[in-house]
Design a protein around this ligand. Structure first.
Ligand code: GLN
Length: 635
């Protein structure tokens, strides 16, 4: 059996260096070389998972198909590698301890003293080996390479058991199967220096009134000491880096690489600079240009097996993204607008859709509570600023959320978009507020509410789900991939999803639309186009005579990919920039051509039914351009 190869990515000096993006980019680069890649993220905190953590502190909680509530870095992996990970691909201290303590309670340790070394460290290694074998790319059998990202910074107390375990692990899997990439920081200091000026030079250059015989110069000095220190720390803990990935504002000078090589015992050609780039899609390209894959293959004994990286599509998309200048403004009306990471996947999904529509995405963050009447009284400037942002947007998005702060503001935003025919997309809580708004404004039920915000409302249009738990918070929501069946076939959401009868999207909620009020809402013009298999859970709403007014109970942002934007995000952005009709027509033609072409050879002429009279590949290209090239897959 072939041996799994492991790449460990650690971080030094400071947090927030983009270790997750670096690790995902390494994975993508290796995938582009023809290898199958999986990934594991280690978070050394004590929480069992990210489900109970505030987005204010840790950014969004990413949700997986299996219902795992995990760190947002797993979202980066899924997007970059186009894979589907499992909850076990996110290891936390909490999970490991729980596993070991459960074993201890069962008596599995046979009277032994249970200790961090060897019991916790063994459990970590077993977990990694087990999870690395799970196929995540839809193919059979384990991947070739597993990228493991260790969260936090070298030297953190909480990560010590993991470092110890990984040190043992590198020894256990053996040289040639383990590669350590250390992501570090090379700060650039601007040092002001003085340069003597020759009086002759001054007069030649007509610096007649030059006051002194020297001038000031600013030197950019690349400092290696922080990296030296963190590598020393790493080595002190028994781990030796094979490759250094240095974050810096500029490319490293050769002499700086030499110095790092000398002090950190890494060959100079394996010191890679990740300098600042306009968007993160450049990172894999930066790694490729500096031949990071060759350095990795050398360490992992892979030369000859892997191919040269082919990143043509990725490069094209990155260049397209850089060159966009016509803007599309989307207002995100939310509660956690101070920390964009709280809505990371929503942002990425909007970006994927904007690139497909060839528009430069501008996100206007509107703090929901600033739209409320109370703010008009308490902070008029904030109120005016929020409404100005909302009113200048081409499209409005209300994302998911918990708790009642800002809910009234979200309801006002939904009302504004509905009444003024501005494209609107509500996700989870965003859909629930759209339903509340409709019930209040159109049905005249002024106290309509969700029981999450007003448990005693006389008109509960959003209610607690029967199977949920109000006391146990962790992992008790309706989580993960669930199926939605489309009930109405002639509507925008179905068309955008390619006229599929059903879709699978990820969920994370405790409340849902009250089925008892659905009939009245429907009679008043709100269409419930998608429901679950029981027909009792409302999954998709639409206002049919609005240019684009859609709400969904699920979170489609989690399955959006660069080059494969999520359908309803694409619809929102297309509607916001006046491309929705063309897009929907494109889907209609696609549908027609799919019927005609089937899976036949792409270069054969197709004459059936008199529809498609051109070679299938030409039709395919035409549809691609209809749908802006990157936005759809044409079979
Ligand atoms: N708070 C709402 C619920 O639990 C919405 C959740 C969400 O937006 N993810 O149903």
């Amino acid at each position: 059996m072939k041996k799994m190869k492991y790449i460990l990515v650690t971080g030094g000096v400071v947090s927030g260096l983009g270790k997750g993006v670096t690790a995902s980019s390494i994975g993508l680069l290796l995938k582009a070389c023809g290898l199958r890649v999986t990934s594991i993220k280690i978070d050394p905190y004590l929480n069992s998972d990210a489900g109970t953590m505030s987005p204010f502190e840790h950014g969004e909680v990413f949700v997986l198909d299996d219902g795992g509530e995990v760190d947002l870095d797993l979202g980066n992996y899924e997007r970059f590698l186009d894979v589907k990970l499992t909850r076990d691909n996110n290891i936390t201290t909490g999970k490991i301890y729980q596993y070991v303590l459960d074993k201890e309670r069962r008596g599995d340790y046979l009277g032994k003293t249970v200790q961090v070394v060897p019991h916790i460290t063994d459990a970590i290694q077993e977990w990694i080996e087990r999870v690395a074998m799970i196929p995540v790319d839809g193919k059979e059998g384990p991947a070739d390479v597993c990228v493991i990202e260790l969260g936090g910074t070298i030297g953190d107390i909480e990560s010590m058991p993991f470092i110890e375990a990984l040190g043992q692990f590198s020894y256990r899997v053996g040289a040639g199967n383990f590669c350590l990439i250390h992501v570090s920081l090379v700060p650039v200091l601007n040092v002001v220096g003085e340069q003597m000026i020759d009086p002759l030079f001054a007069s030649w250059n007509k610096l007649i009134n030059w006051p002194m015989n020297f001038c000031h110069l600013v030197y950019h000095v690349q400092k290696t000491k922080p990296t030296q220190h963190s590598v020393r720390g790493l080595r002190g803990l028994g781990l030796t880096p094979n490759i250094l990935a240095c974050r810096s504002t500029m490319a490293l000078d050769d002499n700086v690489k030499e110095k790092l090589s000398q002090f950190c015992h890494v060959p100079a050609e394996d010191v890679i600079t990740l300098y600042d780039v306009p968007n993160i899609w450049h990172v894999p390209l930066l790694l490729r240009d500096q031949k990071a894959h060759e350095a990795i293959f050398k360490v992992l004994n892979l030369p000859g097996i892997a191919k040269e990286p082919s990143l043509k599509e990725w490069t094209t998309r990155t260049e397209i993204c850089d060159g966009l200048h016509e803007r599309v403004r989307i207002a995100i009306v939310g509660k956690y607008t101070g920390l964009p990471d709280s809505y990371l996947s929503v942002l990425k999904a909007l970006l994927h859709a904007s690139v497909a529509c060839r528009k430069k995405l501008v996100v206007d963050w509107v703090p929901a509570s600033d739209l409320e009447d109370m703010t008009e009284i308490e902070n008029l400037d904030a109120y005016k600023a929020a409404w100005k942002l909302l009113k200048s947007a081409d499209g409005v998005l209300v994302p998911g959320g918990f708790g009642d702060r800002g809910v009234q503001g979200k309801i006002l935003a939904a009302k504004y978009a509905r009444e003024n025919r501005i494209p609107f997309f509500g996700i989870c809580l965003g859909m629930q507020v759209a339903v509340i708004e409709f019930a209040r404004s159109v049905l005249g039920l002024t106290d309509a509410n969700s029981t999450e915000f007003d448990p005693s409302t006389r008109n509960p249009c959003v209610i607690f789900m029967p199977e949920g738990s109000k006391t146990q918070m962790g992992g008790t929501m309706r989580l993960g991939s669930r199926r939605t069946y489309f009930e109405v076939m002639d509507c925008k959401s179905v068309k955008l999803y390619g006229n599929r009868r059903y879709i699978d999207e990820r969920h994370r909620h405790r409340y849902e639309v009250n089925p008892d009020i659905v009939g009245r809402l429907e009679n008043a013009g709100l269409s419930f186009t998608g429901k679950d298999e029981s027909g009792q859970r409302m999954e998709v709403i639409e206002v049919p005579d609005h240019p684009y007014y859609i709400g969904v109970q699920f979170h489609p942002e989690f399955k959006s990919r660069p080059g494969k934007p999520s359908a309803l995000f694409l619809g929102l952005v297309a509607a916001a920039c006046g491309q929705l009709d063309a897009l929907l027509q494109g889907f209609e033609s696609r549908e027609k051509v799919n019927c005609e072409i089937g899976n036949g050879p792409s270069n054969k002429k197709v004459y059936q039914n008199g529809y498609a009279t051109k070679p299938a590949n030409i039709i395919r290209d035409a549809i691609y351009s209809y749908c802006n090239g990157l936005s759809c897959t044409v079979i």
